[in-house]
Design a binder for this molecule. Sequence first.
Ligand code: G6P
Length: 490
Amino acid sequence: MPSIPEPDVATAESGAGHDFVVVASRLPVDRVEEPDGGTSWRPSPGGLVTALEPVMREAGGVWIGWSGDDGPEPGPFEANGLDLVGMGLSAEEVRDFYEGFCNATLWPLYHDVIAPPQFHRHWWEAYVAVNRRFAQAAAQQAARGATVWIHDYQLQLVPQMLRQQRGDVRIGFFNHIPFPGYEIFAQLPWRRQVVEGLLGADLLGFQRRADATNFLRACRRAVGLTTKGSTVRVGGPGGPRDVQAAAFPISIDSAGLSEIAQREDVRKRAREIREVLGQPEIVLLGVDRLDYTKGILHRLKAYGELLNEGRLGPPQAVLVQVASPSRERVEAYRELRDEVELTVSRINGEHAEVGSTPVHYLHQSYPREEMAALYLAADVMLVTPLRDGMNLVAKEYVACRNDESGALVLSEFTGAADELGGAFLVNPHDIEGLKDTIVRATAVSPAEARRRMRSMRRRVREHDVAHWAQTFLTTLDGPTVGTDPGATAY
Ligand code: G6P
């Protein structure tokens, strides 16, 4: 691995640079190796880039992020007319920072210890070092008085590290995953450093009110600070400062997805999917990253029992489960994949007949058009995480159902459950309850389905990802959020 040069902070302090800087663990593009040995960049259109692209273009912004591999550091470049700065991670940093501290310490800890978090001091050191490099890159890219928006659990120390170098910039941070209750957070040996790292921001955004209040509690308990409503008062060399912590539930590009779902080629593909599935009355669908937080095994257990009991199954009903590959070198993810695949094979082995398969399992990622076709083909969407910051799949399903049909079974333990009142809410740990709810959702009358879907569609349409970004950025530029603890600023 080539050595990674330290950015030159002096350039930005001389006044050059960008007025809007996004700092996220991932770039909005993927590196593609060309057959001639060269490299090109393919857009990886996530919700975040859709939301921030207009702001980036208007403000002449820049996006700092990691390319997702341990190849050479890309540095500054342009792709699709956007200014990007690609950060490099060495093979050791991929192991200790990305797979280690981010995805084997923080991820399980913040998702209510569904898997046991591992605490290793050398992983923490890698986290500090990588956060420092991201902070330096941000300091280098930001113009005087710029707005810098830092994203997610991989970069929690960046706000403070950036503030120490650049007292002139306005700093926002958004946590895309849950922030755990203090009893759980307190396990983290570096809990004080993480809270102090975050408190370098002016505004901290969380998915749900509960996450914001959990964070405020951590400020009191881990650092001994005083909080008033949604405000934390912090000291510092420039005198006391107020940091706001509030909920800003993230969303999707609802109009864009709804339009894709109206396209004739996509609707045709949805009909084809139902045909190849054998024209069942009911198509159940699960779409997740293959992650232990998503409750895939609970869902399969419930569906398997429904098959055993003869309450659901082919030829009347089939389940399609898309499980996109994720973090495949992390042990807990490898174990989960084995367990999911064993469970699917067992169910299919016991219940399939020639030409009729109860579970269609797809360990792949698909483009947006194919996803929209799957959402259109599905009568019942199963979203059953054990813990999820938001869950955008639930919102995507709703956005695609232009004819207001279809039913959403949604775990109470998702951020989306706070917003989507028209869903059939479930506790995925309660397998009997999950089974009954799935059956109820498959049997819902068209009138009731429409009533439920209509209310969810209104919510997702009005509160789309552009609304989310705008609300956050307006709040970041404004004086305060309000004094309600964990006020929801949407
Ligand atoms: C979650 C996190 C993101 C992360 C994504 C994919 O949505 O909130 O920060 O980028 O998962 O995970 P990965 O490890 O592939 O970046």
